[in-house]
Design a protein around this ligand. Structure first.
Ligand code: NAI
Length: 332
């Protein structure tokens, strides 16, 4: 049995967590859960968004399945996600966007995995105001952080029999910062002659993604481009409700849906648990429980393909509980 930490989150978080844990159990996942309440409700009740016991649990299990957390506005809170990524050096943010034939979008056969560097670049929000009329934001790119995310992208390509890795950058303008990232990409690519590699400027990638997304396989890029481009890739496959993600570090790993706590539908029992479920499948694969993950993925595909049981965000009228039961009924 592998022990994992579970953060139930806010809004729809507890609802979709319950659905996912039920499916994991029904599919025979070898998991033991240490479940913690975190987020706004926890803050209001006990004064901390993430209680110490929840941190302690993650530090012990090293694996976290995390539901969305509301970041309270106007109380000076830093995003909890950024905090977790920094505290546990979760440097690789991996977001696979794969078309599902049962979910119609203007794009077919999209299968793109984004590798986003998670710890530096403009995204860390290091800003200064030397005078009233000027703000400076630091774009920090280091050899160490760039090397490990680029190597991970190539290793993933090799392990998963993918064909190509594309470096996304703006080195034509940011010659030193993105230039370093691109130089390292080229050096590392030379060590993977079995994997095709190329590079493209980020604005061109944005255009090409909506013209011909099928040309892309694995994308690797610094933090801010990754934030934007991975949302774009989610749009290609039907939106944030379907996009899983994992945040990996050398020691810790965190798996979460890309969407937020959806306060507009919280408590109604209609949230779609698929993105968190697919994140849980990535976790199972990470924990060498590939067979269980495959069984769950097949059941979800079948339920979506049949189309009779769907949550409202995918055009249906089923509840989360009915959708969960349908997936459990389709497990083989
Ligand atoms: P959101 O992703 O929560 O919601 C955007 C829209 O998508 C809403 O209409 C919502 O109903 C719908 N939606 C999202 N997930 C869904 C699901 N699983 N099933 C059905 N519909 C779904 O984004 P929003 O409203 O901007 O953020 C709400 C809160 O979530 C904020 O406090 C934000 O800070 C937080 N947030 C947390 C994240 C995390 O913990 N990973 C990520 C993004 C936002």
């Amino acid at each position: 049995m592998q022990k994992i930490t579970v953060f139930k989150g806010d809004g729809i978080g507890p609802e979709i967590t319950d659905c996912v844990l039920k499916i994991l159990d029904a599919a025979g996942a070898e998991l033991e859960y240490d479940i913690h309440n975190v987020g706004e409700a926890e803050y209001n009740a006990h004064g901390a968004l993430i209680p110490q016991a929840a941190f302690d649990s993650f530090e012990q299990t090293k694996v976290l399945l995390k539901s969305p957390i509301t970041t309270p506005i106007g109380k000076g809170f830093r995003s909890l996600n950024v905090t977790l990524r920094e505290k546990y050096d979760l440097y690789a943010n991996i977001r696979p966007a794969k078309s599902n034939p049962a979910v119609k979008t203007p794009f077919e056969n999209v299968d793109i995995v984004t590798f986003r560097e998670n710890t530096e670049d403009l995204y860390v929000g290091k800003e200064e105001k030397p005078d009233e009329n000027t703000v400076i934001a630091y774009k920090i790119i280091t050899r160490k952080a760039s090397t490990r995310i680029i190597e991970d992208a190539f290793e993933y390509a090799r392990k998963n029999h993918r064909k190509k890795v594309t470096c996304v950058h703006k080195a034509n303008i940011l010659k030193q910062s993105d230039g370093l990232f691109l130089d390292l990409f080229r050096q590392i690519a030379a060590g993977y002659p079995d994997i095709e590699s190329d590079d493209k400027i980020v604005d061109n990638v944005a255009m090409q993604l909506v013209m011909r997304p099928q040309q892309f396989d694995i994308l690797v890029m610094p933090n801010l481009y990754g934030d934007i481009i991975s949302d774009l890739t989610s749009g290609l496959i039907g939106g944030l409700g379907l996009l899983p993600s994992c945040n990996l570090g050398a020691e810790y790993s965190m798996f979460e849906a890309v969407h937020g706590s959806a306060p507009d539908i919280a408590g109604k029992g209609i949230a779609n648990p698929t993105a968190l479920l697919w994140s849980a499948c990535m976790m199972l694969e990470h924990l060498d429980q590939e067979e269980v993950a495959a069984r769950i993925r097949a059941a979800v595909d079948q339920v979506l393909a049949e189309g009779t049981v769907r949550t409202p965000d995918l055009g249906g009228s089923s509840t989360s509980a009915q959708y969960t039961q349908a997936i459990i009924d389709h497990l083989h």
